[in-house]
Structures are given as C-alpha cells and as structure tokens.
Design a protein around this ligand. Structure first.
Ligand code: SAM
Ligand code: SF4
Length: 352
C-alpha cells in the first residue's frame, strides 16, 4: 500500500478554540487522542530479522528533525491535549544528545504532560538509565525476545544480549518500572516464552507478548514468523492460572494476572483480536510525518508545518487533518504466503 499524503493546509488557518484553549484531539470515530509515539531516529544498532533487512538503508540525517524541532512538535501536541509521550525509533538511545530532549520534555511534566516514556532495545540503557530517571521518566519498555545468547545474536544479527541484560538491570536499579516486550516468533522463541515470562516476573517486570505484523520487506517469509497468540495463551493456561485483568493502559494490550508468578502478562494481538476501537494514539516519524494508523498509508507532513512561517497554527491545522483521515481500523492480513507486506514502511520507520 502506498502512502496517501495529506499536506498540511497552506493557508494560515484559524485555530479551533474551545473557550480560550485549542480544541482537544477527537477523531471522526469519537476517539480522543491523548497519546503520541514520537520516533526520534530510524537508525538502530540491532537488525532484528522481523523488523528490518540485514542491509537496511537509513535516511540521510538532514531529513531527520532536529532535537529542537522534535521538542516544538511535542509541545504542539501537548497544547492539543496529549498527556502521554513515548519516545521510540529505530533505537532512540543511539541518537546523539537524546537525553537533552528527555530533559526538556521532562520539564513539561505536570504542565500538560502526565507521562514521558521510552521504548528501547536496551543496548545503551545502562549508560542512560539514571539520566532518564532524572529527566522524569518512570517507566520504560525494553524489547527482549529471547534470553538465549546464540538465539539473540541470530535474531538481532548482533551479539548484544549481555548489554541488554545489563541495561535492564540498570533501569531497575535507577528506579524505572520495566516492561519487557517480546514478539512471539514461530520456531524461534515459541518454546522459551514461559521461561521468559517467569524470569521477567521474578525480576519484578511486566511482560507483553506481541504478534508479528507485516510491516516492510524483510528476508524471511512473514507467515513463517507468525505465531498467533490465542494458541500461546491457551498453552500458558494449561501451565498456569491466568485471570483476566482489568488493568488498562489505553493501549492495545489486554492483560492477565498469573497466580503462580505473581506477575502481569499483556497480549498485543493485531491479528487474533482487533483493538482499534479504543485507539488513543498518533505516531510521528523522525522526519515529522504523522501516521494516524500504524497499519494505514494515511500521512500528514508536520515538518512542512513546523518549518512554515506560522508553525503553531499550521501544526494545529495539520493535527486536525490527521484526525479527519485517521482510519477506523487497520487491515493487516497474515494469511497469504508470498504476499507483499501490508505496508512498505518498516516498524523502525514509523516508530513501534
Ligand atoms: N528499537 C526499539 C525497540 O526495539 O524496542 C524501539 C523501536 S522497535 C520498532 C519497537 C517495537 O516494535 C519492538 O518491541 C519490536 O519488537 C517491535 N517490532 C518491530 N517490528 C515488528 C513487526 N514487524 N511486528 C511486530 N512488532 C515489531
Ligand atoms: Fe532495532 Fe527495535 Fe527494529 Fe530491533 S525492533 S531492529 S531493536 S528498531
């Protein structure tokens, strides 16, 4: 599917005001948007085989927004009622001086912004955990698909498991609440998932399992990677006592509590359980392209708005356009061998 680009309106628009404040972000399906996932780079120091090809081409640096532009952009979202920002990528912690952005956004906590978080592969977390905590970050998501060093090296094409485990330990020591995210992969971590969950819970971390999504070309056949989580959940229920949890994060996860481990397990199931009705988020790439849906080609160019002569008004108008075109749901399909990816862009591009 190709992107359908809606340019930010060229004329300086009037801001829609409610009282003396800009109108909150509500889309055509009456979903209130309060959550921004902001990608700060498309680059990464790993090459997870389900995420990108081994020889991934990254964007020229000049196309990527500066840290100042990323801050201004985030501020524009906060002005429109976004209360939670997750910094993602690519790998956000490989971007030089990224802590400056966390520190600047951290100063908005309590002033419109309620939560500042991060999704990371953990390789650089040991060096940054304390600075993140000082900036006001309280929770981090760390991607960990396997604790087997050889499997990790094969899956990510880098032998970095020790650094990741060190990063997770450093985050815990810095007082950050860690959630581990694992993509369930057929024949790769399928057998290991119970041990991964048990280990995470014993360490005090929540764990979430994710179904692989057909985003971007990778070397492997998507269908060979895909493991439906309803089957995994049934298998886990034979081993442990799972109780539906009413825990909600406003995100796509559904949760169970596991009596035996004392921990919480989330499931993100784009295929076996559509979650779009409760969608509360927008995503922006490192080049300032706003994708209202991870699984759609709709796009609004915020960089043009940011670099215009009336950035605040143009940005706000661009957000209204994004709300207008945000689709009701994604249309991922995972039932055809040899099918082209649902979308040409990789998850590392849009920001996972
Ligand atoms: N590099 C960071 C990391 O790995 O946590 C942040 C960006 S990464 C794109 C965010 C999340 O997307 C990771 O948890 C990763 O496992 C997941 N992901 C990447 N490609 C995916 C795909 N095709 N399907 C499902 N999840 C994917
Ligand atoms: Fe990098 Fe994250 Fe993609 Fe893995 S999932 S290649 S760590 S961006």
């Amino acid at each position: 599917m190709n992107d359908r680009v809606s340019p930010a309106p060229a004329r300086k628009p009037d801001l829609i005001l409610v009282g003396d404040r800009p109108a909150p972000l509500v889309d055509a399906f009456m979903r209130r948007i309060t959550y921004l996932r902001l990608s700060v780079t498309d680059r990464c120091d790993l090459r997870c085989s389900y995420c990108m090809p081994e020889r991934m081409t990254f964007l020229p640096k000049k196309e990527v927004l500066s840290l100042e532009e990323l801050y201004d952009l985030a501020t524009g979202f906060i002005a429109r009622g976004v209360t939670k920002i997750r910094i993602t990528g690519g790998e956000p912690l490989v971007r030089r001086d990224i802590i400056d952005l966390f520190s600047a956004l951290g100063r908005r906590l309590g002033h419109g912004l309620e939560e500042l978080t991060l999704t990371t592969n953990g390789t650089q977390l040991a060096a940054h955990a304390e600075a993140l905590a000082r900036a006001g970050v309280r929770r981090v998501n760390v991607s960990l698909d396997t604790r087997d060093r050889a499997k990790f090296a094969a899956l990510t094409r880098r032998d970095s498991l020790p650094q990741v485990l060190e990063g997770i330990a450093a985050a815990k020591a810095a007082g950050l609440k860690v959630k581990l995210n694992a993509v369930a992969l057929k024949g790769v971590n399928e057998q290991e998932l119970p041990d991964l969950i048990a280990w995470g819970h014993a360490e005090g971390h929540d764990v979430t399992l994710i179904e692989v999504m057909p985003l971007g070309d990778v070397e492997e056949e998507r269908l060979d990677q895909y493991l439906p989580l309803d089957a995994i959940r049934a298998r886990l229920a034979e081993r442990w006592t799972l109780t539906e949890s009413d825990h909600r994060t406003g995100g796509p996860s559904t949760y169970v509590d596991i009596a035996e481990t004392g921990g919480r397990l989330g499931f993100i199931t784009p295929h076996t359980g559509n979650f779009c009705a409760g969608c509360n988020r927008l995503r922006v790439t490192a080049t300032g392209q706003l994708y209202p849906c991870l699984g759609g080609g709709e796009r609004v160019d915020l960089r043009a708005a940011l670099r215009s002569d009336a950035p605040e008004a143009r940005l706000s108008a661009a957000l209204d356009e994004a709300l207008r075109i945000k689709p009701e749901k994604h249309h991922f399909r995972m039932d055809e061998r040899g099918a082209a990816p649902a979308l040409a862009r990789h998850m590392s591009m849009t920001g996972g």
